[in-house]
Design a binder for this molecule. Structure first.
Ligand code: AP5
Ligand code: MG
Length: 212
């Protein structure tokens, strides 16, 4: 049983594919972004510390995120899908050394041209009640403003999906991804998926890659 690590730019489809794979293949989805947003929503001490950093599209400190990851992850008998961690080389090494130990893993890079991402992100809406992800252009809810999955009417536009924060997030991604890809390439467990295809096509390729 291999642990799965999703790598990919903001808007590349990590969350979307993770939710589809949880439904079809039974992974535990662990998104550091979701965990951090939950802290912000609770206005916890941690949430208050990271709120501005996230809204500005910058990375939260490695130690904070690693701690959050560790307390939300129990690998015993479970297959995790790590979404949004690691973001840099230090996190990639920490994941191996402090979380995965000797457990086998595969890193899947959702690869696509960054030019399409601004459009995906400014049109994203997320259900504040059940977490379902929509896109007003590519996968709009059937009834505008209402979640198809839970019927809630709390479809949110993330604070960091405004154009300025998106540009910052994409710049951060470009500056940090290369050593991470090289790290997994050298370990021999990097797989690449063409994430410019539509969601169903990406899912098919994902399942082939993960054998589920
Ligand atoms: P995080 O929540 O991880 O955000 P991200 O990596 O920027 O990725 P996104 O969630 O924006 O995109 P996604 O790839 O999940 O795309 P999605 O499936 O939603 O992190 C947020 C912030 O938290 C960071 O900026 C940082 O501050 C902090 N943080 C988190 N982890 C951290 C860490 N490890 N270290 C430090 N700081 C950390 O899809 C996007 C849109 O596209 C949706 O509308 C969707 O419907 C649409 N879409 C998806 N797939 C397709 C497709 N194939 N075709 C067309 N549209 C599609
Ligand atoms: Mg996401």
């Amino acid at each position: 049983m291999k642990q799965v690590i999703f790598l990919g730019a903001p808007g590349s489809g990590k969350g979307t594919q993770a939710k589809l794979l949880v439904a079809d293949c039974g992974f535990n989805h662990l998104s550091t972004g979701d965990l951090l947003r939950a802290e912000v929503a609770k206005e916890s001490e941690l949430g208050l510390k990271v709120k501005n950093i996230m809204e500005n599209g910058e990375l939260v400190g490695d130690d904070i995120v690693l701690e959050l990851l560790k307390i939300n992850c129990d690998l015993t008998g479970s297959q995790y899908l790590f979404d949004g961690f690691p973001r840099n080389l230090a996190q990639a090494k920490a994941l191996d050394e402090l979380v995965l130990g000797g457990t086998e893993s595969v890193a899947v890079y959702l690869d696509l041209d960054l030019d399409v991402l601004l459009e995906r992100l400014v049109n994203r809406r997320t259900c504040g009640d059940c977490g379902a992800i929509y896109n007003l252009v590519h996968s709009a809810p059937k009834v505008a403003g209402t979640c198809d999955k839970c019927g809630g009417s709390n479809l949110l536009h993330r604070d960091d999906d405004k154009a300025l924060a998106v540009s910052k997030r994409l710049a951060v991604f470009k500056n940090t991804i290369t050593p991470v890809l090289e790290y997994y390439e050298q370990k021999g467990n990097l797989r690449r998926i063409d994430a410019s295809q539509n969601m169903d096509q990406v899912l098919v390729q994902m399942k082939e890659t993960l054998g589920c």
